[in-house]
Unconditional design. Structure first.
Length: 365
């Protein structure tokens, strides 16, 4: 097999193809060929910056919110999203321009993006575990501020290590190969596939399993609690029994809503790009002969690349803008502070004390 490495990044591959197929590889061609992607990244970058900055400010500016270990995790997650919005989304044109210039930044954009998204998903995993321990083992397991800070620092270190591992090992910067921008080493496609599987198991599959279990169990406890309350107030008449069933169903749906929205949003935004990235690596792994693919598989790969670049990865990136809204809405204290921040005093006054909502003690779902 050829000893040189060609390039095809699952998230920037479309821009690479556009750049190499253009008549003249210059900045104007790169910007023109990827104008839609640039506009979308600028918009999503602004929204990520806006939502996460507001959430972090609300927590850090109120002493009661700062005292919560749960909110410390949220602030750390928001900082990671802010870094992602500034240094990747808003600077996305530089990522494309670097494809046609010999510089060290080109191969670093992909790992940096992976780093920010890895720490986001690992924080989501920690949030689910912390909430689960707080509700299920509140008397036996106590997470101190120090332990939370150590775990958060560990998340940043692990995220950096697993994201930049290829740069430090089998995919180093080499100006003599593909303008120095190797984002997928096809001469080491087996290694790339193994790394991809391990990476997405850590940042996608494990957080998904943890969130399904933790939030699912919390939802189960909430529904059980509602049923116990309903059984105590049950009136044994047919008409009222039907009304009680209706009320119970509505209460169960309200209890399950945070679980459905949090896990469902994560799954819907991340699953398409995960599957597409796997296919993009699996095709050359199974059908890479004499340094190239067959024309049919090349067309399939080209379509998959563009779908992933223009649609699926953008959907995954938008999760960074959505998650502060979800967590802010389902946290009554944050929601109350936000209403006061925007001047809606009446709405803030109508929010009940989250520790006395009658569903699950100490729950903030």
């Amino acid at each position: 097999m050829n000893n040189t490495s060609t390039t095809l990044s699952p998230i920037e591959a479309a821009s690479t193809l556009n750049t190499r197929n253009s008549s003249s590889n210059n900045t104007v061609d790169v910007i023109a060929n990827n104008l839609f992607a640039i506009i979308f990244h600028e918009i999503i970058g602004f929204l990520i910056l806006l939502t996460n900055s507001i959430l972090a400010y609300l927590i850090l500016s109120h002493r009661r919110l700062r005292k919560s270990n749960h909110n410390i995790i949220i602030v750390s997650m928001s900082i990671g999203c802010i870094i992602y919005s500034i240094f990747y989304c808003l600077l996305f044109p530089l990522s494309l321009i670097s494809l046609v210039s010999v510089n060290v930044f080109c191969p670093l954009f992909g790992p940096f993006r992976n780093f920010c998204l890895a720490i986001l998903n690992l924080h989501l995993c920690l949030v689910g575990i912390e909430k689960y321990l707080l509700i299920v083992y509140s008397l036996n397991v106590i997470l101190t501020r120090k332990s939370i800070l150590i775990i958060v620092c560990g998340i940043w270190i692990v995220g950096f290590f697993i994201s930049f591992l290829p740069i430090f090992t089998y995919r180093p910067y080499n100006p003599a190969v593909s303008l120095g921008c190797v984002r997928i080493a096809f001469n080491l496609i087996s290694t790339e596939l193994i790394y991809f599987i391990v990476f997405y198991v850590i940042i996608f599959l494990i957080p998904l399993i943890v969130m399904l279990y933790c939030y699912g169990y919390i939802c189960f406890l909430a529904i059980q609690h509602i049923r116990r309350i309903n059984s105590q107030d049950h009136i044994y008449s047919e008409s009222s029994d039907n009304n009680n069933r209706t009320r119970l169903t509505k209460k169960n749906l309200r209890a399950a809503k945070p679980f459905i929205i949090m896990v469902g949003t994560f799954l819907l935004t991340w699953l398409p790009t995960t599957i597409c990235n796997f296919i993009l690596l699996l095709i050359p792994y199974l059908h890479w002969h004499n340094g190239k693919l067959s024309p049919e598989l090349s067309r399939v790969q080209s379509i998959a690349v563009r779908l992933n670049f223009y649609i699926f990865t953008n959907i995954a990136s938008s999760y960074c803008a959505i998650i502060p809204i979800i967590y802010g809405y389902f946290n009554p204290e944050i929601r109350k502070v936000f209403y006061s921040f925007v001047g809606c005093k009446a709405a803030a006054a109508n929010i009940a004390n989250p520790t006395s909502n009658g569903v699950i003690s100490k729950s903030q779902i």
